[in-house]
Design a protein. Sequence first.
Length: 311
Amino acid sequence: MSANQTSTEVAARAPGKVNLFLSVGAVREDGYHEVATAYQAVSLYEDVYASHASDFAVTFEGKINTDSVPTDGSNLAIKAARLLARKTGYRGGVHLRIEKNVPVAGGMGGGSADAAATLVACDALWGTGLGREELVRLAAKLGADVPFALVGGTALGTGRGERLSPALATGQFTWVFALADQGLSTPAVYAKLDEHREKHALDISPAREVPSVDNDVLQALRAGDTIMLANALHNDMQVAALQMQPGLADVIELGERSGALAGIVSGSGPTVAFLAEDSDAALEIQVSLSANGIRTVRATGPASGARLLTD
């Protein structure tokens, strides 16, 4: 959907993401985990419509169930707007109308996309004129995935995931996402992963202090080789997500039996991302999953980062 940019309303769009590779290191002193990840933005977007208001408010529309999404000051889009206002000295507020297409609490960065699109929309609406680099610095204060939603494309993330470096990717990759009825809390999945590692400390290798993305992932992206990428997909958090929602293992097995080159839990889950050989294969995967009562969406990557929508 697109909208006219006017003096009273500005529209911006930001993409959801899939983690092609996610290595989780040991817990840091600040309580966060050091991670190394390869992000890819996908053509599943959050559209934010910002209009002038005396205070800060957010409403939602679209087919995604947003009953669990807060509308008070804890909402990430509201936090983004307030951060921008503080940074620039803007004294007014904003009403944010968000059309959601990325699953809530699904490991695809929907809330981060809301925040990224809000920064772009409010910067234009208020005429605050911050450059993209400054917006990315603000985004890093909001959450690990917010800077990537601004940048888009394909990138490597380190630190908590907020320190980005571009990754060369050629061609297009086709994805089918299996959506879960119930979301997962990212902090809860990290906690479950820590618990799993402690419980099985004698059987598994200890978490690396400085994790890294395997070179096979980078090679596959550079070559645009879908089969090579499928073989390189990895997510340390998957074991924890499967313990919290055991039925995800059946979903992965069904998708791979239906023709997916590989299936992987996206981020902290519970959305499962299936890499398809092409659009025809993706349609077959969708049909098979849908026949088993699983909701799906199809998307391609890489997709552009947050941007204004104009005619």
